[in-house]
Ligand binder design. Structure first.
Ligand code: NDP
Length: 333
């Protein structure tokens, strides 16, 4: 079985030399364990933080050890009650072709209900992040104007659509290419969108939101956060979900220069972690699957073929080569 190891801690942007694809023997399952053949694995922005040797909300990757992350696969051997060969599961040992782990650390999934990769995206962690972040953390209300950055990505594309379906008056998104901006308005039903690489974010946001914004869903940080603070209305809310613009920076940028505006405008700014919102999972799956069935909500995936291309997929994600969720089909042949 092949698996990816982190072999050096990147300073700034990671390079392929920081990783190695190694072949190891497949571990036979012991009592209570299953052997899973991974079919899809997830690459996510938070994994960049795990490449640094710093204490955070998820422990750092260990050097010369397999990396891990979300994956879905098929059980090929089982010594656990309740799981049979042929069953499909979601689990946390991605970045490898075969995973041996306790059955209780897997979650059965139904391939009839949705394509397997959807459990890593629209119906999985990024979907719940979008839903909980918008509904609970930002307390979006009907009639709000909502701005989301990273809007063509896994989380952002869902934030915009959920906002529209929950009665936002106006949904605005920013993304890093003209093709993505076009997808926002034409495929995802955003009211307005702009390419942040093509001009000043503040000016473009002001043009898109002449009456200001009520909610900012932050995936990016930096200039986007500063622009949003300037544009937020009285009692505006910010869900701080991610700050991808600084994940590969050796020195993070200075804070937004206009933070003092939080005072006069009584702005609420709340950080969020998806893990705190698992209780919303049933409600979220129910609402999203209904919208998927009626066609009110749609999603895209960018699928890289082959475990050997997983690092390229991760680097591509950080560079914006994905539209929708970035997925690796580990088993491509
Ligand atoms: P995406 O699918 O959105 O992929 C990342 C995207 O970020 C890229 O496609 C790229 O799109 C954009 N990007 C990269 N660099 C920059 C930059 N300098 N400025 C602006 N945009 C940039 O990833 P996810 O949907 O998985 O994650 C989105 C955000 O949500 C991330 O910040 C992530 O860390 C966060 N997150 C937080 C969670 C939590 O619990 N708090 C859980 C899950 C995700 P473009 O072409 O537009 O630049």
């Amino acid at each position: 079985s092949r698996e990816w190891h982190l072999i050096a801690r990147p300073e700034g942007w990671p390079t392929p030399d920081d990783f190695a694809l190694r072949t190891v023997p497949v571990k036979t399952p012991e009592e209570g364990e299953v052997l899973v053949h991974n079919l899809f694995m997830s690459v996510d922005p938070y994994m960049r933080g795990r490449m640094n040797d710093v204490k955070s909300y998820v422990p750092p990757f260990q050097l010369d050890r397999p990396m891990d992350g979300g994956a879905v696969g098929i059980v090929v051997a089982s010594r656990a009650e309740g799981l049979e060969p042929g069953d499909h599961v979601l689990h946390g040992l991605g970045w490898r072709e075969y995973a041996t782990l306790p059955a209780k650390r897997t979650q059965p999934i139904d391939p009839e209900l949705a394509p397997l990769s959807a459990y890593l995206g629209v119906l999985g962690m990024p979907g719940l992040t979008a839903y909980a972040g918008l509904v609970r953390v930002a307390e979006m209300k009907e009639g709000d104007t909502v701005f989301v950055s990273g809007a063509a990505g896994a989380v952002g594309s869902l934030v915009g659509q959920i906002a529209r379906l929950k009665g936002a008056a106006r949904v605005i998104g920013s993304a890093g290419s003209d093709a993505k901006v076009q997808a926002l308005t034409e495929t995802y039903g955003f009211h307005a969108a702009f390419n942040y690489k093509e001009g000043d974010v503040s000016r473009q946001l002001a043009d898109a939101a002449p009456d200001g914004i009520d909610v900012y869903f932050d995936n990016v940080g930096g200039d986007h956060l500063e622009a949003a603070i300037s544009r937020l209305n009285l009692h505006g809310r910010i869900a701080v979900c991610g700050m991808i613009s600084q994940y590969n920076e050796v020195t993070p940028p200075a804070a937004p220069r206009n933070l003092a505006m939080l005072i006069g405008k009584r702005i609420t700014m709340r950080g969020m972690l998806v893990a705190d919102h698992q209780d919303l999972q049933p409600q979220f799956v129910q609402e999203l699957s209904a919208w998927l069935r009626t066609g009110d909500l749609t999603y895209q995936e960018t699928v890289e073929q082959g475990i050997e291309n997983a690092v390229d997929a991760f680097l591509g994600l950080m560079r914006g080569q994905n539209i929708g969720k970035m997925i690796v089909a580990t088993d491509a042949r």
